[in-house]
Design a protein around this ligand. Structure first.
Ligand code: FAD
Length: 338
């Protein structure tokens, strides 16, 4: 059941070559519990793998990498207005979105074409085009690694934030999400706040707009900006958009009047990491075979399948440039292993 010395290159979208000490694929709860208990006995760390689209492997992994293939979609409750849909952690996210579109359920259309699996979506509260997972999230089931017990987390318990949840903070590496349940609308409820999305949909009268229309527009915008991982290995946005104080923003705004900024009230002002990186001169540039994408400077690409160390070296150089130019610290979005 455990395969030793397994190369994880096909299991991460940056296509970095790194070996796991052991590898296992699990398709049901008993075999997951089996692997978890083996890891406990052997005192080995676990690396949970969905689509591998939000990880950076900087070295070999000294434990068990588990590819989670827990599948299944189930309508668990339905009213006149809503449905509650449960999806196994291994369900491909975009296929789940398409499933909802085909049933005219509203809620996931803005999150179309995000790579990866359903089980990873709550980890960083995936978001795009004005919608975050938390807006449609109902609850999840997860296995506690230390006990093997199944625990249910409702929305509050997940403590969702911007690209954040309790599973990246206090409960990091303590739970394996086995399924998520989403609450979706049967009646029209769209979020078209992004100017590019609004422009793409302006020809369609609001009353006849479908979730599929929104999804089609989102997919077209994404395809025009983001490189497909099958063609150019990448992990999407490599840095989070930084949150800075109002005082620092006022200073920066004077010297950079065109700088995009989003007021977050008492929390501060959010800046566009891609703009800062572009201004620092990294758009289309890189080092060691790793490049910041020529169409979207926020996306770090790995066309030559360079090592995790080379990826981190470029990331560090980009961060240093942005600090020197703007005094703003960038934070890497994907999880760095080991
Ligand atoms: C081209 C591209 C575009 C992207 N666009 C977006 C975007 O618009 N918005 C956005 O938010 N993200 C985006 N991402 C990032 C990424 O797709 C999401 O974070 C996605 O949810 C990751 O899913 P995954 O299955 O690939 O996770 P993985 O990379 O496999 O795992 C990510 C982390 O979650 C953990 N994990 C995975 N599954 C489980 C589980 N079942 N239980 C416990 N822990 C688990 C892993 O151990 C790891 O730490 C993009 C990535 C790419 C490559």
């Amino acid at each position: 059941m455990l395969t030793p010395n397994y190369n994880l290159q096909p299991f991460n979208t940056l296509s970095i070559s790194a070996q796991a000490k052991f590898f296992a694929t699990v398709s049901n709860l008993p075999s997951l519990l089996d692997v978890v208990s083996t890891a406990r006995k052997k005192k080995l760390p676990l690396l949970l793998l969905g689509g591998g689209s939000n990880i950076v492997l900087t070295d070999n992994f000294p434990g068990i990498a588990i590819k989670l293939n827990l599948m299944g979609r189930e309508l668990v409750k339905e009213t006149d207005e809503c449905v509650w849909l449960r999806a196994g952690a291994g369900e491909n996210w975009h296929e789940l979105v398409n499933h909802c579109l085909s049933h005219h359920y509203w809620g996931l259309e803005n999150l179309s074409l995000i790579p990866g699996c359903a089980g990873a979506a709550p980890i960083q509260n995936i978001g795009a085009y004005g919608v975050e997972l938390k807006d449609v999230f109902y609850e999840l089931e997860a296995v506690q690694i230390s006990t093997g017990d199944t625990v249910v987390f409702n929305k509050d318990a997940c403590q969702f934030g911007y690209r954040d949840s309790i599973f990246k903070g206090r409960l990091k590496d303590q739970f394996i999400i086995t399924s998520i349940t989403l609450k979706l609308c049967k009646t029209p409820k769209h979020t078209v706040v992004y100017p590019a999305l609004a422009a793409a949909l302006k020809a369609i009268p609001e009353a006849s707009l479908t979730p599929a229309d929104v999804s089609t527009a989102v997919c077209a915008i994404r395809r025009s900006k983001l490189p497909a991982v099958e063609e150019i290995p990448n992990a999407g946005s490599f840095f989070k958009n930084p949150l800075i104080s109002h005082a620092l923003y006022s200073t920066l705004q004077r010297s950079h009047p065109t700088m995009p900024a989003y007021d977050q009230g008492a929390a501060g002002v959010k800046l566009a990491a891609g703009w800062l990186i572009e201004q620092a001169g990294w758009k289309g540039k890189g080092m060691g075979g790793v490049l910041m994408h020529k169409h979207q400077a926020l996306v770090l690409t790995n066309p030559k399948r360079a090592s995790g160390a080379a990826v981190l070296k470029l990331a560090q150089a980009v961060c240093t440039s942005v600090v020197e130019r703007f005094g703003v610290e960038l934070e890497i979005e994907p999880r760095v292993y080991p």
